[in-house]
Design a protein around this ligand. Structure first.
Ligand code: GDP
Ligand code: IMO
Ligand code: MG
Length: 429
């Protein structure tokens, strides 16, 4: 009966895809509950690397059924492209295995044009969005004018809805942003074609998940984005437009809390952020280059969706404790422990100073966040490459001590740390 949940504890890209793939062999269903193709989840199996934006990472595991929940905003162009790429690689993505909740909302080219235009208009206050139309699609949802996936079942009606939608957005594009309007007929024709392809994937997501949970099936909710990109709990306004935190799972799938078993937080052994906004532990100079990598390795810190270099810093326990408060984690998984190999010292942020006053609580206002300077504790590093470690005794003592230190500071068990991108590169504690 359990619903297990995987959530990013930072600003996204914590390695949620890798952990989801690892846990998918025990899951009957893997579900995405929020966000859209702003996500980029990497799964490495042997020599093969899969980069997924919309389709849940559980799809790589042949026994798992995957669903796009009602809380997701779905760009059909990207979804179909992903289906085709997976098909070419021999993955079964038939409607038996992949489902879309009829209540998920659809992203259109008008949303993407508005995202791009509004980012340009913000100038140096730009959020640094992925320009995937996420914000405008959620705006339509909350304004109660969005188009839901259920419309794929009725292509003629969809054509009318799309024409009306594009015509309305064209007015905003032209009059507010001075941007080029879109051809509403061309978009409608394209979406009618998509509807024919995607209608077989539609389900009542709430009934499907309820039936599964009642039948004692194991459901895994795959988080996208991260706690500090949450619309309510992140570094507003430098956030995404959905709720990646654990509350978002219940809304984004339509399940009740009684089914929840584990809420697993995923944190990198350090911190990264892509896009604008406060980042108290951000590093620059040589140490930033060292943590980010040069881009020569597949796991170096460059955005999976946009290719942008990620901003990097030390692990921030003030943030992590705040993420624990918001999400109610039962346990924590650490990724990319291997990246810290070769450092003499490792710093961990344990508090902030704001106007000379120390606090261990994450400030919720942008004004305070911008004034924060991190207070670090320093731990000894290790020199050995740990990518082949599989059991704790394979790890150098200082690597084990780093994990134990985090677990002790946050008061949660750490059942795993990953030491490489592949499925097998995990150490269970
Ligand atoms: P997600 O968005 O949370 O799924 O994370 P991303 O896939 O965007 O970014 C994580 C990156 O780190 C990917 O390239 C993963 O393959 C890689 N990765 C995950 N865990 C590890 C690890 O333990 N070590 C290394 N070196 N790479 C990892
Ligand atoms: P995964 O699931 C990292 C960031 C964008 C930007 C902000 C708003 O791979 O962890 P949006 O396009 O959502 O309106 O952009 O959110 N962002 C992510 N950063 N990983 C992600 O997803 C992200 N999804 C959105 O960079 O700062
Ligand atoms: Mg990512």
């Amino acid at each position: 009966m359990p619903l297990n949940i995987i959530i990013g504890t930072q600003w996204g890209d914590e390695g949620k895809g890798t952990i989801t793939d690892m846990m998918a062999d025990k899951a009957d269903i893997v579900a995405r509950y929020s966000g859209g193709d702003n996500a980029g989840h990497t799964v490495t199996v042997g020599d093969e690397i899969f980069k997924l934006h919309l389709i849940p990472s559980g799809i790589i595991n042949s026994n798992t059924i995957c669903i796009i929940g009602n809380g997701v905003v779905l760009n059909p162009t990207i979804f179909i492209r992903e289906i085709e790429e997976l098909e070419k690689r021999g993955i079964d993505i038939s409607p038996n295995r992949l489902k879309i909740s009829k209540s998920a909302h659809i992203i259109t080219p008008a949303h993407i044009a508005l995202d791009t235009a509004s980012e340009m208009a913000r100038g140096d206050k730009a959020i640094g969005t992925t320009k995937r139309g996420i914000g405008p699609a959620y705006m339509d949802k909350t304004q109660r004018v969005g188009i839901r996936a259920e419309a794929f079942a009725d292509p003629e009606n969809l054509a009318d809805l799309i024409k009306e939608h594009v015509t309305e957005k064209n007015q905003i594009l032209k009059s507010i942003y001075g941007a080029e309007p879109l051809d509403e007929t061309a978009v409608a024709i394209q979406y009618v074609d998509y509807a024919k392809r995607l209608a077989p994937y539609l389900v009542d997501g709430v009934v499907m998940l309820d039936d599964a949970l009642r039948a004692d099936k194991n459901v895994l909710a795959e988080g996208a984005q991260g706690t500090f990109l949450d619309l309510d709990h992140g570094t507003y306004p430098y956030v995404t437009s959905s709720w990646p935190t654990s509350g978002g799972v219940l809304i984004g799938l339509g399940v009740g809390p009684k089914y929840v078993d584990r809420v697993i937080g995923v944190t990198k052994a350090f911190t990264s952020r892509v896009g604008s906004g406060p980042f108290p532990c951000e590093l620059d100079g040589d140490m930033a280059l060292r943590l980010r990598g040069t881009g020569s390795k597949p796991w170096d810190e460059f955005g999976t969706t946009t290719g942008r270099p990620r901003r990097v810093g030390w692990l921030d326990l003030v943030m992590l404790k705040h993420a624990i408060r918001i999400n109610g984690f039962t346990d924590l998984v650490i990724s990319k422990l291997d990246i810290l190999s070769g450092l003499d010292e490792i710093k961990v942020c344990v508090a902030y100073e704001i106007n000379g006053e120390r606090t261990e609580n994450y400030p919720t206002t942008l004004t305070d966040l911008e004034k924060c300077s991190p207070v670090y504790e320093t731990l000894p590093g290790w020199q050995e490459d740990i990518m082949e470690a599989r059991v704790p005794s394979d790890l150098p003592e200082n690597a084990r001590a780093y994990v134990a230190y985090i677990s002790e500071k946050i008061g949660l068990p750490i059942p795993y740390a990953s030491v490489g991108p592949a499925r097998r590169q995990t150490v269970a504690f």
